[in-house]
Design a protein around this ligand. Structure first.
Ligand SMILES: [Mg+2]
Length: 259
């Protein structure tokens, strides 16, 4: 296949499923890097820190350096910094809280350790919803009150599920975003894929144009549509949530088609 200067890889379902690397993925990425390509890792997951994701990829054998992992938590932090937002109500995990704090954003409903809960205080300018495996009715209710009070509804991503080991899928942030949307009747601004926000940021950081990059992922509605929105070529793998071969889309059963 044609080689690109930069490969932007989705993570869940493309490079790993849960704690297991996808077969052939480590070899293919190592080969691309050895032959001169640059790689960046882009996940819609907001629950883990970039540092933890970098460590996970490195432990699996992927060639990864600090600064090469981009997450939707980073997009949320970047968004707040750019808009001068200093406070947020969060439906999310400590990884998201930690990235927001590093951008100078106070999370009004988080403990020092970064776990979130219901909050009765004043309205925050934004309500940020991401993956939250401690999600409760009380937290949903608090998000509803925030957004009804005028807090701006931001979603890290809209993936309704994500793939685990053994073909199992689990509810993703999009399922929780849908719950908040349902009770508020407000559409969120979604920062993660398919929004090209992070791919455009990656290209800017790398000093490359969209035609130099290939976006690789396992979801058409997020990864592939994100690559298209950014103006990049795209490649779909069937190792994650997409089962049937799509029409008019470059794809392969796994990553070996990139070589
Ligand atoms: Mg994926």
């Amino acid at each position: 296949m044609k080689r690109y200067a930069l490969y932007v890889f989705d993570l869940d379902g493309t490079l790993y499923r849960g704690s297991e690397p996808v077969p052939h993925a480590v070899d293919v990425v190592r080969t691309l890097v050895r032959e001169g390509a640059r790689v960046r890792y882009l996940t819609n997951n907001s629950g883990v820190t970039p540092e933890a994701t970098t460590a996970k990829l490195a432990a699996m054998g992927f060639p990864v350096a600090p600064g090469e992992v981009y997450t939707t938590a980073m997009a949320a932090g970047h968004f707040c910094a750019r808009h001068g937002i200093r406070e947020a109500f969060v439906v999310g995990e400590p990884g998201l809280v930690s990235v927001l704090r590093s951008e100078g954003v106070e999370v009004v409903n988080a403990t020092e350790a970064g776990s979130v809960g219901p909050f009765e205080g004043a309205m925050a300018p934004v309500t940020i919803v991401g993956i939250c495996r401690t999600f409760t009715y009380a937290l949903l209710d608090a998000a509803l009150q925030q957004i009804r009070g005028g807090s701006r509804f931001i979603a890290t991503n809209a993936d309704v599920t994500y793939p685990m080991e053994g073909g199992r899928v689990q509810p993703g942030a999009g399922s929780l975003v849908a719950a908040v949307r349902a009770c508020t009747n407000v559409q969120p601004q979604i920062l993660g894929k398919p929004n090209p926000y992070l791919v455009e940021w990656i290209l800017r950081d790398a000093g490359l144009s969209p035609r130099d990059a290939l976006m690789v992922g396992d979801r058409i509605d997020t990864d592939i549509n994100c690559g298209i929105a950014a103006g990049c070529d795209t490649y779909l793998v069937l190792t994650g949530v997409t089962e049937g071969p799509p029409t008019e889309q470059a794809f392969g059963a796994d990553l070996r088609g990139l070589l």
